[in-house]
Ligand binder design. Structure first.
Ligand SMILES: [Zn+2]
Length: 255
C-alpha cells in the first residue's frame, strides 16, 4: 500500500472529480491521504473530507507560511480550537517561505514558533514547508527543544548537506514528491545517498505534478509515478517502496 502524506484534494481544484480521484487512489492501493491545511478559509473543507472518508482522509491543522499576514494572530486563534475538534494527525503545513514574500519574515517566524508550541502541547508531528528558508528554519529548530519534535520536511528538494542536517535532528523524515521525477532536478542523486527509512511519499496535489504530466493539475493517484521513480533509484520493487514508506509515515503520524 501507499500513503500520500501531503495532498490538498479538499481544494476547489477538485470540485468536479474529487470522489473519482479518491476511487482511483483506492484502486491503486493508495489507501491513505493526509490533508495539510492552508488557513482559516480551508479548514472546514479539510475537516469535512476527513469526516466523509474516515480511515482514508486525515486532517492536519496549521497556518501555511504564505498565509501569514498582519492578521496572523487572528488566523491562529481561529485555527487552534480545531486541535480539539478534529483530532488532527499533525500540525501542518507550517514553516517559512521567503520565495513568495520575504517582507513577512519576522511574522512568519512568530507564527512558526507558536505552532511548534502547539505540536509540543498536543504531542503532534509537524509538517514543514521550507522554501528558500532552510537556514532560518534550522535556526528556529535549534532554538526550540527539537529533541522532542518529529515530523516531515515536506517537498524536500535541497542538497545532501541539508538532508543530512535534517536527519541529525532525529525525528524528521523527508517528504519526496514530483520534483524527483523532473529531469535535471538532481534530487535522485541526493536521495540515493539517504536511506529509504527516512523517506515518505507525497504529491502536494494540485501542485508539483510529476513527469510525464508536468504542466497539468496534479492528483494523488499520480503518487505511483513517484514510487516508480524511487523504485528505479533504490533498485527495489515498487511494492517494497510502498511498504517501507507507508511504514515510515504510519510511525510519524500514528495512523
Ligand atoms: Zn502543500
Amino acid at each position: 500500500m501507499f500513503i500520500d502524506t501531503h495532498t490538498h484534494i479538499y481544494l476547489q481544484d477538485f470540485e468536479e472529480d474529487r470522489l473519482q480521484i479518491i476511487d482511483e487512489c483506492l484502486n491503486n492501493k493508495i489507501n491513505k491521504l493526509l490533508l495539510p491545511n492552508i488557513d482559516s478559509s480551508t479548514i472546514k473543507d479539510v475537516v469535512k473530507l476527513s469526516k466523509d472518508y474516515i480511515g482514508v482522509c486525515f486532517p492536519m491543522v496549521g497556518l501555511h507560511p504564505c498565509s501569514v499576514k498582519n492578521d496572523y494572530e487572528n488566523q491562529l486563534a481561529m485555527l487552534k480550537p480545531y486541535l480539539e475538534k478534529c483530532n488532527p494527525v499533525a500540525i501542518g503545513e507550517i514553516g517559512m517561505d521567503l520565495y513568495w514574500d520575504s517582507s513577512t519574515l519576522e511574522i512568519q517566524k512568530e507564527a512558526f514558533i507558536q505552532q511548534i508550541k502547539w505540536a509540543e502541547e498536543y504531542n503532534l508531528p509537524i509538517v514543514i514547508h521550507a522554501r528558500e528558508s532552510y537556514n532560518e528554519i534550522f535556526q528556529i529548530l535549534d532554538q526550540v527543544n527539537s529533541a522532542n519534535l518529529k515530523g516531515v520536511f515536506h517537498c524536500f528538494s535541497s542538497d545532501l548537506k541539508d538532508a543530512e542536517r535534517i536527519l541529525e535532528y532525529g525525528g524528521f523524515k523527508l517528504g519526496i514528491g514530483g520534483v524527483v521525477t523532473f529531469k535535471n532536478s538532481g534530487l535522485d542523486k541526493v536521495i540515493k545517498e539517504i536511506s529509504i527509512e527516512n523517506i515518505v511519499l507525497e504529491t502536494d496535489a494540485p501542485y508539483l505534478t510529476p513527469t510525464p504530466h508536468r504542466g497539468k493539475r496534479n492528483k494523488s493517484s499520480y503518487l505511483t509515478l513517484i514510487a516508480d521513480k524511487l523504485s528505479d533509484i533504490y533498485e527495489i520493487s515498487i511494492d517494497e517502496i510502498g511498504k517501507i514508506t507507508s511504514n515510515n509515515a504510519a510511525k510519524i503520524f500514528d495512523i
